[in-house]
Design a protein around this ligand. Structure first.
Ligand SMILES: *[C@@H]1O[C@H](CO)[C@@H](O)[C@H](O)[C@H]1NC(C)=O
Length: 118
């Protein structure tokens, strides 16, 4: 019997074939050419994603690729940064990447499905 020990953990990890999909919020930021936590400068025009600290895993996920979808829109982005203020499963996308999912004015998206594809 599944006990709801961690209700905050909205981890609905579905299985799509062998890929583990994660569902969480998405936000956006502008790296502005600054160095990301992965150690390279990041441009606003790059398709970059910053991960919450437990998923960033001390840099273990740096330069992996994620694929995210929201209401029929899709984007791929490369892990280049840590998002210290993100909740578990939240992705903080570069503005360019976020725009593939929704208008920047929306700012915060719920129920974005994403997964690592490498
Ligand atoms: C994302 O990358 C995957 C794996 O390379 C590819 O199959 C897919 O078409 C890409 N999707 C987009 C929206 O670029």
């Amino acid at each position: 019997m599944l006990s709801l020990k961690y209700p905050v953990l909205a981890v609905i990890a579905l299985s799509i074939g062998t890929v583990n999909a994660i569902i969480g919020d998405a936000t956006w930021y502008t790296p502005n050419g600054d160095y990301g936590a992965c150690g390279a400068p990041l441009q606003n025009s790059d398709y970059i994603v910053a991960l919450a600290s437990n998923q960033y895993a001390g840099g273990a996920r740096c330069w992996k690729h994620i694929s995210a979808s929201y209401r029929g829109n899709f984007v791929n982005a490369t892990v280049g940064d840590l998002c210290p203020g993100c909740r578990n499963n939240q992705i903080d996308l570069s503005s360019t990447a976020f725009k593939k999912l929704a208008h920047l004015d929306i700012g915060l998206l719920h129920h974005v499905t994403w997964y690592y594809y490498d």
